[in-house]
Design a protein around this ligand. Structure first.
Ligand SMILES: [Zn+2]
Length: 179
């Protein structure tokens, strides 16, 4: 927490996310404290301060498709209470452990996706839905109503309203995430 005592300036060098006062080092931000033994530097990681960082699990809406890319607007970072708003992308090769030909075959506009940030380069934030990640809430492409997991065909979703059956990259948390 902000103001937590971390050590003295005789012991450590104050690093990122800290401040020194009267020879003592305190946390300047909420986060996880780290000690770099080589540099004797104490810092506070802002990994979950609402800024995108590699390794975070995020939630967002499918906004659209470009060639080989799904565009996602991220609105939540797991374990961070506030709202966020940043654009990110899932490259076709980051969608699944299996080969995917067309991203639009496994996502629908407006679907909510659970994904991991795997790379940040300049303004481009790359997400992955490999493994257990994927769509946590899907909407029928015909009538827009929420889909349920299909009992007839594993790995697909059904619309209880119009009877449409659709493919998705389904998260293991499908229809279990409350945002
Ligand atoms: Zn429908």
């Amino acid at each position: 927490m902000i103001g937590d005592y971390l050590g003295t300036i005789e012991e450590y060098v104050p690093g990122d996310g800290t401040f020194a006062e009267d020879g003592k080092i305190f946390a300047a931000s909420v986060g996880k404290s780290n000690l770099d033994k080589d540099k004797r530097e104490v810092s506070v990681s802002t990994k979950n301060l609402g800024k995108p960082a590699v390794g975070q699990i995020v939630y967002g809406d499918v906004m659209g498709f470009r060639k080989n890319v799904v565009t996602i607007i991220v609105s939540k970072i797991k374990d961070f209470k506030g709202d966020v708003d940043f654009k990110s992308e899932i490259y076709v090769s980051n969608i699944s452990d299996k080969y995917v030909e067309k991203p639009e075959s496994l996502f629908g506009i407006g679907d909510i996706v659970e994904a991991e940030i795997v790379k940040i380069e300049g303004n481009t934030i790359d997400l992955s839905t490999k493994g257990d990640f994927g769509v946590v809430k899907a909407f029928c492409k015909v009538c827009r109503r929420p889909l349920v997991l299909s009992e007839k065909q594993e790995g697909t979703c059904d619309c209880d309203s119009c009877g449409n059956n659709e493919q998705r990259k389904i998260s293991k948390n499908f229809n279990k995430v409350v945002l």
